[in-house]
Design a protein. Structure first.
Length: 302
C-alpha cells in the first residue's frame, strides 16, 4: 500500500512556564538509620501502618500484629520520635493509622544514647505528615481482610498562617480463630484423653488524636496534642473432652470459657521544635510527655 507523501503542519505553542519536580527516592540510607519515604511508594496507597511496615526491608509483621526487626522481637516503635499509646500492645493501634497519614518510617538498628534502651532489637520511628496546605484538608481510608480484619482511618486538619488544628480517628476490628486438637495417652493406666475445639481472639480498638500547632516563625514550632486509645479484647472458647480406656468411653464433658479485657489509655504531649537553618537533619527538640493506663473490669466481674 502506497500512501504517498504525508505532510505535517507545524503547530508551535509558547508555554508560560514549566516545572521540574524532583522526588525523594523511596529508600534513603543515612549514617545511623534507613529512611523509607512512604508517600513516594505506590504500593503503600490505601493500606494501614502495619502493612506499610511489612513492606519495609528487614521488618516483619505477623498475623497477630507483632513486629520484628531482622527476625528479632523486642522492637521499640515510636511515633514522631516519641513513645505512643497507639504503638503499644503488639501494634494493634497501628492498624488504624493509614499510609496517607505517614510521611516516612525510620529504621534504627543501632540506637544512639538519645533513645531509651527499650528496643533491644532496634527502633522503628513512624513520622506522621504535617499538612502544609492552607485551609481544610482531610483523608479517609478503609481496609478489609480475611478472616475478619477490618479498619478505617480518618485524618482532618485546618491550617492557617500561624495555627494548624489536626485530628486523627481510627477504628478497627479483627477476629483470629484457632482450632486445637490434642490427644494424651497414659501407658500405665491405658487411659486416653482427647480434646478438640476452637477459640477466638476478638479485638476491637479505637484511637483518637487531637492537637494544635503554633508556628512561631518558619523554623520554630510548638505542638500540643492528646491521644486516646481503647482496646476491647475477648477470647471465647469451646472444647469437648473425651476419655476412654481400651477403646471404651468412660467420660465426656464440654468446657466453655470467655476472657474479656478492656484497656483505655491516655497520653498528652507538649513539644517545641526548632529546625537548624541550612541543615534539615538537625533539629532542637524539647518535649514533655505523660501517659497512663486504666484497666476496667467487665460489669459481670464486679
Amino acid at each position: 500500500m502506497n500512501l504517498g507523501t504525508i505532510l505535517l503542519k507545524e503547530a508551535a505553542q509558547n508555554l508560560d512556564e514549566f516545572e521540574v519536580e524532583i522526588e525523594k527516592s523511596t529508600m534513603e540510607f543515612k549514617l545511623d538509620k534507613r529512611v523509607f519515604n512512604v508517600g513516594k511508594d505506590i504500593s503503600s496507597t490505601g493500606v494501614s501502618a502495619l502493612e506499610v511496615l511489612n513492606n519495609v526491608p528487614s521488618v516483619n509483621v505477623n498475623i497477630e500484629g507483632q513486629i520484628s526487626l531482622r527476625g528479632a522481637n523486642g522492637v521499640q516503635v515510636l511515633i514522631n520520635s516519641k513513645p505512643s499509646v497507639l504503638a503499644s500492645e503488639q501494634g494493634k493501634g497501628l492498624g488504624t493509622i493509614t499510609a496517607d497519614m505517614i510521611e516516612k518510617i525510620e529504621v534504627i538498628t543501632n540506637p544512639s544514647a538519645k533513645y531509651e534502651a527499650e528496643g533491644s532489637a532496634g527502633i522503628i520511628n513512624i513520622i506522621l505528615k504535617k499538612e502544609e496546605r492552607r485551609g481544610l484538608n482531610g483523608s479517609i481510608s478503609l481496609n478489609t481482610g480475611i478472616p475478619h480484619n477490618h479498619s478505617t482511618g480518618v485524618s482532618l486538619n485546618k491550617r492557617t498562617e500561624k495555627f494548624n488544628l489536626f485530628t486523627q480517628l481510627g477504628i478497627g476490628y479483627r477476629s483470629l480463630p484457632r482450632i486445637k486438637n490434642s490427644r494424651n495417652k497414659n501407658f500405665n493406666s491405658l487411659i486416653n484423653l482427647e480434646s478438640s475445639g476452637i477459640e477466638y481472639r476478638n479485638e476491637l480498638y479505637y484511637n483518637l488524636i487531637l492537637g494544635a500547632d503554633y508556628y512561631i516563625n518558619e523554623n520554630s514550632l510548638i505542638t500540643l496534642s492528646g491521644s486516646y486509645a481503647l482496646e476491647i479484647e475477648d477470647q471465647p472458647s469451646s472444647f469437648l473432652f473425651e476419655m476412654d480406656s481400651n477403646e471404651m468411653e468412660i467420660g465426656r464433658w464440654e468446657r466453655n470459657e470467655n476472657t474479656v479485657a478492656i484497656n483505655p489509655k491516655y497520653q498528652y504531649d507538649l513539644q517545641y521544635a526548632n529546625e537548624i537553618k541550612g541543615n534539615e537533619d538537625h533539629t532542637l527538640l524539647a518535649s514533655a510527655t505523660g501517659n497512663f493506663l486504666v484497666r476496667i473490669k467487665p460489669p459481670y466481674l464486679k
